[in-house]
Design a protein around this ligand. Structure first.
Ligand code: SF4
Length: 369
């Protein structure tokens, strides 16, 4: 399990190693086709800030070689904001006095129809809070079955599950699982996740192994930028991805490192990452791993997303509502976080095409399940 491997990487020592990188380390890393973790640390270090242009060029080259000039589109559907956890940065924190909603199968189907009217989406991300009593595996299975006729590719972003539960859901059309570790800083993890199942660091970080063991086709990893040192968190995620590739080599992977946005909890980010630094992190990741999907959500601004989609990102959401029932059932309910890019899916697609890229709505067919 990765929690054991992670014991080999001390947080402070990794941070110090990243900060100690010199321009010669960056140049050395940029000269290699396949990078070590140490090389990745050089590219994500402050020393690499001066190399953003060559990094962008290399990132674009690798991305085009692997993905062509394409950008894949997806849309999230929140089906419940009921949650037993108390993540301090989240609007759905169980202590927040907000209306809690668990969509019925009929309401989920209404949301499916409403999304299909927004654009020809085939990649759907089903999102829930974490409350197994009201939205457990039975509920998720039903939700997948309801969505299946409307979308060819179903991914979930829900509480970490047991391996047999992931295996069970794949029989109802589950193709991918996204999970945010949020931070790999084991010591401080509980400051942000003080209660509920999410407070259990090992259960969460080992969830990716359980996905791999269950044969989930695509696994998405994520850290939330704003909690701990972002360079160290993204480096830990790169180490995690390498580990998963070694153990579950048939699986496809995606990564995501969104910056924190305002939410009902009014948590102030501990660290700020500039646009330039986010771009550096994306370039570093692409140069390190040529095959991973790099996803950029509507948390980021429109111009940034259009630009980065030509330089390294390969998957973006559009038209997103981050509240359950937000597409038609409860259009006024509370968002998990405020989105930054409010363009319609058609506007996002038009901007991508204007940048010379092809918009991919469908990259999977249920016949492959
Ligand atoms: S981040 Fe997820 S688990 Fe944490 S409070 Fe929000 S919905 Fe619940």
């Amino acid at each position: 399990m990765f929690s054991e491997e992670l014991q080999n990487y001390d947080w402070e020592a990794t941070t110090a190693a990243i900060l100690s990188k010199k321009p010669s380390d960056v140049e050395n890393a940029l000269g290699k086709e396949r990078l070590s973790t140490d090389d990745f640390m050089a590219l994500i270090s402050p020393a690499a800030a001066a190399y953003i242009e060559p990094m962008a060029n290399l990132s674009r080259k690798y991305t085009q070689e692997r993905f062509g000039k394409t950008v894949s589109m997806y849309i999230p559907m929140y089906i419940t904001n009921s949650c037993t956890n108390s993540c301090v940065y989240c609007g759905f924190n169980r202590h927040n006095r907000i209306a809690r909603v668990v969509l019925t199968p009929e309401q989920i189907e209404d949301e499916c129809r409403a999304i299909r009217k927004l654009g020809p989406f085939e990649n759907l991300l089903l999102v829930t809070g974490e409350n197994p009593a009201v939205a457990g595996v039975d509920y998720l299975e039903k939700a997948l079955q309801v969505c299946r006729p409307y979308f060819n590719n179903l991914t979930i972003e829900v509480m970490p599950l047991a391996s047999e539960d992931y295996a069970r859901l794949t029989k109802s059309g589950l193709n991918g699982v996204v999970c945010f570790q949020e931070t790999y800083n084991r010591k401080n993890y509980k400051l942000y996740h003080p209660a509920g199942m999410k407070s259990k660091f090992e259960w969460r970080v080992d969830g990716f192994d359980r996905m791999g063991q269950a044969g989930v086709h695509k696994i998405g990893l994520g850290v939330l930028i704003g909690l701990e040192d972002w360079r160290t968190d993204i480096t830990m995620m790169a180490i995690h991805l390498q580990y998963l590739r070694r153990h579950y080599w048939k699986t496809r992977y995606s990564v995501n490192f969104p910056r924190m946005r305002p939410s009902e909890g009014h948590f102030q980010p501990n660290v700020i990452m500039s646009d330039r630094e986010l771009a550096q992190a994306i370039f570093a990741f692409r140069i390190f791993d040529h095959d991973a999907d790099i996803s950029v959500s509507t948390r980021e601004a429109a111009d940034f997303r259009t630009h980065i989609a030509t330089l390294g990102a390969t998957s973006i959401s559009a038209g997103s509502k981050t509240d359950p029932g937000g597409y038609c059932t409860y259009p006024q309910s509370l968002e998990q976080f405020a989105v930054s890019d409010e363009r319609t899916p058609a506007e996002v697609a038009a901007d991508i095409r204007k940048a010379g890229y092809e918009v991919v709505w469908k990259d999977w067919d249920k016949i492959f399940d």
